[in-house]
Write a protein that binds this ligand. Structure first.
Ligand SMILES: [Zn+2]
Length: 332
C-alpha cells in the first residue's frame, strides 16, 4: 500500500495511475476466502445466505444476526440502526449501517436480503443474496482502507472527484418481494417504510446517490444497462474502472451494456424495485440490475450452483474501487 501511494505521487502518467487497482493487496488477501464458492472458509460471505429468508422467519433472523456480527467485527466503527415494523401480520426489519456521522452527502449502497415466500424453499441466490454479500465485502474493504486514509493520496483523489461523498450508508432491505402477487401495495415493503421515515426526518436530503444492486452474479450472459440520466456519469465511472482493469479482474468479460440508450432517453422507470420510493422523492439512483433477468428468476432454480463467483468478485472490486474514488473520508 505504501509503495503504491509513492507511485501515485511520483507518476505523471495519469493513465498509469488509473489503471492501478487501489485495493489490489486487499483483494489478493481476501477475495478467495470471502467471495468464492469453492472455498468453505469461516469468513465466507456468500454461504450464510444459502437459507430461505422470508420476512419474520428464523432464516431471516439468522441472516440479520450474521450481517450485524460482520459489521461489529470490522476495524472501523459503523453505527447501526434497525428499521423494524409490522405489516400484513409479519415483522419486517431493514438494516442500516452508517460510516461517517452527520455527513451532508451520503453514498447509499443497498440490496434486499429477503427471499420469496413462494415457491416454498426458494433461496434467491441472485435475488438477492449475492448482492448482500458484495456489500458486506465493500464494508470490509472500506474499513480496512480507511486505516490508511491519512495519506496525502486521499486529498489528491478528492480533488479528482467530481462530487465527493462524505459518508456511506449500507442498507439491507427486507420485504422487497411480494408476499403474494406483485402489486403497488404488495411489494418493496421495507424500502417504502425506510424512505417514508427518512423523508419525515429530512435525512433523505442528505443522500447524494443510491446505488441499488439486484439480480447480479448469474452464470448466464446478462449485462447491466444504464437506466437513468441522473446517474449515467456514475454508471460510466464503473464502466471505466472495469475497462481499465479488465485483464486484472477475475471475470474477463464486461458486466455492462452501454449500447442501450433507450432507457436513458425515456428516463422512465423500466424495472420496479426498492429504489422507487427514493427516486420518487428526488434521490438520484444508479440501478445495477441486468436486463433481461436470468431465465430462472423467481423459480426454485435460483440457487448458488447457478452463480458465477468470478462475476461476484468483479462486482465487489468495481464497487470498492468506485467507493475509494468517490468517498472523501475527512469526517470519519
Ligand atoms: Zn425477486
Amino acid at each position: 500500500m505504501r509503495s503504491l501511494i509513492r507511485l501515485l505521487h511520483i507518476s505523471t502518467l495519469l493513465h498509469v495511475i488509473e489503471a492501478v487497482l487501489v485495493g489490489q493487496d486487499f483483494y489478493a488477501r481476501t477475495l478467495d476466502s470471502r467471495l468464492s464458492l469453492r472455498n468453505i472458509d469461516s469468513r465466507n460471505l456468500l454461504l450464510p445466505f444459502n437459507v430461505t429468508r422470508t420476512p419474520g422467519s428464523s432464516g431471516s433472523f439468522e441472516v440479520r444476526k450474521f450481517m450485524e456480527n460482520h459489521f461489529e467485527n470490522l476495524s472501523t466503527h459503523w453505527s447501526f440502526e434497525s428499521d423494524c415494523f409490522t405489516a400484513k401480520g409479519l415483522e419486517f426489519c431493514n438494516l442500516v449501517f452508517t460510516l461517517g456521522q452527520n455527513a451532508s452527502n451520503y453514498l447509499v449502497l443497498a440490496a434486499h436480503y429477503d427471499s420469496k415466500i413462494k415457491p416454498e424453499g426458494f433461496i434467491g441466490a441472485i435475488d438477492s443474496a449475492i448482492s448482500c454479500s458484495v456489500l458486506l465485502y465493500v464494508s470490509e474493504f472500506l474499513s480496512n482502507f480507511l486505516d490508511y486514509s491519512v495519506d496525502q493520496w486521499w486529498s489528491d483523489k478528492r480533488k479528482q472527484s467530481l462530487e465527493a461523498f462524505d459518508g456511506v450508508k449500507i442498507v439491507f432491505f427486507d420485504g422487497e418481494e411480494a408476499l403474494d402477487t406483485w402489486t403497488e401495495d404488495d411489494s418493496i415493503h421495507g424500502a417504502k417504510h425506510l424512505a417514508a421515515g427518512w423523508s419525515s426526518s429530512e435525512n433523505i436530503n442528505n443522500i447524494g446517490l443510491l446505488i441499488l444492486l439486484d439480480l447480479l452474479g448469474s452464470k448466464e450472459h446478462l449485462r447491466v444497462p444504464s437506466f437513468y440520466l441522473k446517474s449515467n456519469e456514475e454508471y460510466k465511472a464503473l464502466l471505466s474502472i472495469e475497462a481499465l482493469n479488465q485483464k486484472e479482474l477475475p471475470h474477463k468479460e464486461t458486466l455492462f451494456d452501454d449500447s442501450i440508450l433507450g432507457y436513458l432517453e425515456t428516463n422512465r422507470v423500466i424495472v420496479e424495485d426498492d429504489h422507487i420510493p427514493f427516486l420518487s422523492r428526488g434521490v438520484p439512483v444508479l440501478h445495477l440490475i441486468p436486463l433481461p433477468f436470468p431465465s430462472y428468476w423467481h423459480t426454485i432454480e435460483d440457487t448458488f450452483d447457478r452463480v458465477d463467483d468470478t462475476k461476484v468478485q468483479n462486482w465487489a472490486i468495481l464497487l470498492c474501487e468506485y467507493v475509494a474514488s468517490r468517498v472523501a473520508p475527512t469526517v470519519w
